[in-house]
Every structure is written in C-alpha cells, then in structure tokens.
Design a protein around this ligand. Structure first.
Ligand code: NAD
Length: 363
C-alpha cells in the first residue's frame, strides 16, 4: 500500500502522523511511504531521518492526497484537506466529529473511509489511542493551571503547593479517567489539596487504594460538583462520554460564584467542553476570563509538547496502521472489531452511532 504523511496544518501543531521508526515498520513490510517535506522538522524529525527509514520525501500535501491509498495524520483534517480526500481513500487520524458538524459533512461528501483514533477500543476496554494524549493532557493540565494561577497570567497569585506555614491550593478534578488520573498524580506531586469526582465508583475505589488520604474522592452529581468547584482554586475538566459531546457539568451560575482569579482547565473542550462558559482556544491565545475566572481551553494541548506526544501516539497507532496497510481497510476491520469501532464515516455514511445521533444522521 502507498501510505502518505502530510505536514499538520492546524494552528501551532508540530506533531506528525508517523515517526521515522513507524515509517520503517511499514517499509520493512514492503509498503511505500510518502512524507511531506519538513513534516517532522519542528520536533527534530528531519527529512534525512525519514529518508533513511525508507520514505520518499515530497513537496506538497496535494501530491500526498492525490497518490496515497491511506493518509496518516494527527489532528482532524482542515477544510482544505477534506476537499482533497478521495472516495475509498483511508483517513487514519483523530476526528472528534460529535461537536463538529462542518467536518462531518465534508468527510461524508468526500466518500473516504475515515477511521478515528479516539473511538478505537482495546481488548481490555478503554480507548487505547486516546490514552497517550490524555496522559499528556492530564499532566499538562496541572502545569498550565499552576502557571495561570500566577498574577501575571491573570490568576489570583497562588502557589499550588503552598509553602511551610501557608496552605496549598485546592485542585478539583472532574472525571477520574486517564486525564483525571494523570492530573491527580501531578497535583498530588506538587503538594496541592486534591478532590476528584467521577460517576464511576469503582474508579474512585481504585484511586482511593492508590492515593489513600492524599486525595478526596467524591461521587459526581450536580451537588458535589458545585461544592467542589466553589471551593477550588483550580478546576480541571476531564469527563468523557465516548464519541458524544461532553456534558456541561459546570454551569455559568457556578462559574459566577467561583473565587476571583481561580483557573479552569477544560481538557474535554475537544468534545465541546464540560464548562458552560468554555469555548476552544489555541496555544497562541490560550485563555480568556469570564466573571474573574481564567479559562484555559486549548483543544490540542499535547501539541505544545509535540515531540513527547508524537512518540507516545505512534506507540499506540502503529499496530493498526500496519494492519490497514497489510490487509486493506475491509480486511483489517473484519479481522479486528476494536479497529472497526474506529470507523466514523465510510463512503458517504456516518457509521458511528453517537456521532450520527448527535448530528442527526441516519444510522
Ligand atoms: P476517560 O474515558 O479515560 O475518562 C473519562 C471519565 O469521565 C470516566 O472515568 C467517566 O466515568 C467520567 N465521567 C463521565 N461522565 C461523568 C460525570 N457526569 N461526572 C464525572 N465524571 C464523569 O477519558 P480521558 O481519556 O480521560 O479523556 C477525557 C477528555 O479529555 C476527552 O474528551 C478527551 O477527548 C479529552 N482530551 C483532550 C485533550 C486536549 O488537548 N484538550 C487531550 C487529550 C484528551
């Protein structure tokens, strides 16, 4: 198969779909790989490294979209990329379609076979291709939140870990999945007081066993969320209802009552966000302020640590990329029901139930 890796064009995105090591996995099996010039240059993955791994370097994204049987990317295709997709061409990347009717329409129109990293399941449950980026975003959420609690960044001027004789800050984490657990690890490590809320009591039980009384676990409902949010200095939103838009758990009224200079980091913004006051931001302008509360809502947080993120992502994506290249999409999807769960749009139809339901397509 001919596999193509275009340079990412979303704002501030330096990650790349395949590392040179992943290219080598494919070329050693007899596949050919086209990589756009400078696709990985920003993170030290030079054209020379790709060429040494067996890739052919090409000048333009257009050439890749015209020739490749499968396009491997990181972020959802931008409108000009959607317009270049061809019927039956495989698109293997993050899509996050539920909150994005325009992209969904464009992918349906393209006739391409669009496999979304974020809905591929794993043999032991969970979403293994979302997990590495959630690990990165969860760890970064505390780092970003702590930085924005500083006065110069709009925050209340609070050091999250406190100092001897001064109480630490309070971090409330909504959602105890991969994002929440990684945020919790860093927040505990920084010496903050931490509350974590989830609807899954089994998950809270596991965290209680690991972290003991260094964290407070709470069953998530409107009452406990309000209680935690109003007391917190930093609130991190990491909830997920797979494939669907995030539930708005923190209302505008709650934000209005939060402490002045508190910070919210809405990691779930890529699924629409779990704060009623959120809207997506970029690394260039990561925050905005509503009712004195700093909102950090960057939709591609791992893009800021693109080198770490690219390697972590490739560790999770390469096995399916190889299967798709070896067997074609029909063969690979028939052989693996978990990969099949990644199919979101196929030859003009929305094929993922939650996306079809949210956006009003037949399923
Ligand atoms: P996950 O499935 O591991 O965890 C989600 C958790 O949310 C689960 O434990 C679930 O029980 C919990 N949950 C669901 N409804 C809830 C409710 N009403 N109250 C409290 N908890 C609730 O998912 P994850 O990997 O941690 O990802 C979380 C979100 O972060 C996703 O939307 C993901 O797309 C997003 N994400 C964003 C970025 C970014 O750059 N902004 C990066 C990575 C992941």
């Amino acid at each position: 198969m001919l596999v193509g890796v275009p340079k990412e064009i979303k704002n501030q995105e330096s990650r790349v779909g395949l590392t040179p090591a992943s290219v080598k996995e494919l070329t050693l099996r007899g596949h050919a790989v086209l990589v756009q010039q400078n696709a990985g240059a920003a993170i030290g993955l030079t054209d020379a490294l790709y060429a040494a791994a067996g890739a052919t370097i090409v000048d333009s994204a257009r050439e890749i979209f015209e020739r490749a049987d499968m396009i491997v990317k990181v972020k959802e295709p931008q409108p000009q990329e959607c317009a270049m997709l061809r019927p039956d061409q495989i698109l293997y990347t993050y899509l996050h379609l539920a909150p994005d009717p325009e992209q969904t329409k464009a992918l349906v129109k393209s006739g391409a076979v669009c496999i979304a990293y974020e809905t591929i399941t794993g043999p032991h449950g969970g979403l293994p291709l979302l997990a590495p980026m959630s690990e990165v975003a969860g760890r970064m959420a505390v780092q970003a939140g702590a930085a924005h609690l500083e006065k110069s960044k709009g925050g209340m001027g609070l050091l999250l870990g406190g100092v001897p004789g001064v109480a630490p800050g309070h971090v409330a984490i909504i959602g105890a999945g991969v994002v929440g657990t990684n945020a919790l690890q860093i927040a505990v490590g920084m010496g903050a007081r931490v509350t974590v809320l989830d609807k899954n009591v089994e998950r809270l039980r596991q965290l209680d066993l690991v972290f003991g009384n260094r964290v407070q676990t709470m069953y998530s409902n409107a009452h406990t969320i309000e209680e935690a949010v109003l007391d917190a200095d930093l609130v991190i939103g990491g909830v997920l209802v797979p494939g669907a838009a995030a539930p708005k758990l923190v209302t505008r009224a709650m934000v209005a009552q939060m402490k002045q200079g508190a910070v919210v980091v809405d990691v779930a913004i890529d699924q629409g966000g779990c704060f009623e006051t959120s809207h997506p931001t970029t690394h260039e302008q990561p925050t905005f302020v509503i009712d004195g509360v700093v909102h950090y809502c960057v939709a591609n947080m791992p893009g800021a640590v693109a080198r770490t993120s690219t390697f972590a992502l490739n560790n999770a994506t390469i096995t399916h990329a190889v299967a798709l290249a070896d067997k074609g999409w029909r063969g690979a999807l028939a052989a693996n029901p978990h990969l099949k769960n990644g199919l979101n749009v196929c030859q003009g139809k929305v094929t993922y139930e939650a996306v079809a339901r949210d956006l009003g397509y037949d399923f």
